[in-house]
Design a protein around this ligand. Structure first.
Ligand code: FBP
Length: 343
């Protein structure tokens, strides 16, 4: 009589080193496709909901025993992909194949909800994964950030004057300061920062949203982005850190803790040093990290989702820290016998 094979549980580290990255690719691709249908509808909540639902659904096809550590909020604020939620195929007791144990996951199913709702550039669906404990449980507060590429990561300091940091970046890149492009979120809180950058002669790209995709671009030569400066979301900061670990770039970041409630939220997540300047190693300390993102709308590194007849085309980046590799992946999702595959 044939006995049923027991499920094989593998360590998260082994998982990260295997092609689990391609499993996560499917997750971000499906989230991007779902919300891309809502592009330009002017309803950011609808866009976000489409991405969240698709990501949650696809996540359960990934052979992991995973936990969301950065997600859509706490359980009572978010019906799915909430912090602490268990995800992955291994949650289903009937799964008899191999599965990977103890994977922590940070998600942003739609980074740039307004960008998608208005059809603006650089909306992405994104996640990062690590062995247990490898991603900081950051509260949803603001974070001061400085993101740079590999050549200047040892030359800048979050607390140095803007002028000095830009001179150091320019020197490292073998160019003049006025040949740099710095991305800054277009917010009133950045008025002074923008003045300071302008005073150096550096060029500025003000963006409506999406400091995570800007951060990735800053670490990729040829993207036309040389630094990201300013204050944005802390969860996006952790995701940026995971990408920086894979791209050899760097994020320097400090939580913005202003009110007693902010302190409480930090303490609840085990953070007690509110002045700490975090690096990518602190924010995404995992040994084996995976970062996956798919373009929703056209962006610097990835095209947005394209629908044609009964097919869909997506453009993604999948990175791993171990083995260290970065893959740009163009996928045609064939949905019918008539789908035309075009080069
Ligand atoms: P959403 O995807 O939630 O819309 O956030 C986009 C974003 O622009 C992030 O890229 C950035 O870190 C954060 O919001 C900035 O927050 P705020 O809009 O409050 O300035």
């Amino acid at each position: 009589m044939k006995t049923e094979a027991a499920p094989v549980k593998l360590t998260a580290r082994k998982a990260m080193e295997s092609d689990l990255s391609l499993e996560f690719l499917r997750v971000v691709e499906q989230a991007a496709i779902a919300c891309a249908h809502t592009m330009g509808q002017g309803d950011r909540h609808l866009s976000d909901q489409a991405a969240v639902e698709a990501m949650r659904h696809e996540m359960d096809t990934v052979p992991i025993d995973g936990t969301i550590v950065i997600g859509e909020g706490e359980r009572d604020e978010a019906p799915m992909l909430f912090i602490g939620e268990k995800v992955g195929m291994a949650q289903h007791t009937r799964h008899q194949g191999r599965s990977f144990d103890g994977v922590d996951i940070a998600v942003d199913p739609l980074e740039g909800t307004n960008l998608c709702a208005t059809g603006a550039a650089n909306a992405i669906a994104v996640l990062a994964a690590s062995e247990h404990g490898g991603l900081l449980h950051a509260p949803d507060l603001y974070m001061e950030k400085l993101v740079v590429g590999p050549s200047s990561k040892h030359l800048v300091d979050l607390d140095a004057p803007v002028r000095e940091n830009l001179r150091a970046i320019a020197r490292a890149l073998g160019r003049q300061v006025d040949e740099l492009t710095v991305v800054v979120l277009d917010r009133p809180r950045h008025e002074q920062l923008i003045e300071q950058i302008r005073a150096t002669g550096a060029r500025i790209r003000l963006i409506g949203d999406g400091d995570l995709s800007a951060g990735i671009a800053a670490a990729v030569a040829g993207s036309g982005v040389h630094a990201v400066m300013g204050t944005g979301g802390a969860p996006e900061g952790v995701l940026t850190a995971a990408a920086m670990r894979c791209l050899n770039g760097e994020i320097f970041a400090r939580l913005v803790v202003q009110k007693p409630e902010d302190e409480e939220r930090c303490r609840a997540m085990g953070i007690t040093d509110f002045d700490k300047v975090y690096t990518s190693e602190d924010l995404a300390s995992g040994d084996s990290l995976i970062f996956a993102a798919t373009g929703v709308t056209d962006g610097a590194l990835m095209k947005g989702v394209r629908f044609f007849g009964d097919g869909v085309r997506t453009s993604s980046v999948v990175m791993q820290s171990r083995p260290a590799r970065v893959r740009f992946i163009d996928t045609i999702h064939i949905q019918g016998a008539q789908t035309l595959v075009r080069f």
